[in-house]
Design a protein. Sequence first.
Length: 130
Amino acid sequence: MIDHITGTICFIADNYIVLECHDIGYKIFMTKKDMVEFDRKKGFIRTIFTYYSHTEDAVKLYGFLCLRNRDLFLELLRINGVGRNTAMLIINKFNYKKFEKIKNNKSFNDLKVIKGIGKKLIETFIKYYK
């Protein structure tokens, strides 16, 4: 696993950045909330906590400005029915602090605002966090 990358932001798109480190440009997919942090910061040096994903048809890096959000991402991936895109959408809407409140209050219905989360997946969250 690539834990983190420190480098220079050389490109900023809607849902990813390219971070250059030792003459290699890493395309790192991030939440829209984290992308706001990069507004007009091309050329800045930044550390991004990462998750390396290797599937049959793609190799991707997912990035997080906050280590706890990366940890939440890994936690969400352990839940049956939650994939990388759904986990990113959850983190974009509810950071680790807000998600911790959802867990503590057992208010998983709050997750219904996320595209792709319905009654069945809510039940899975309830069982997972019992």
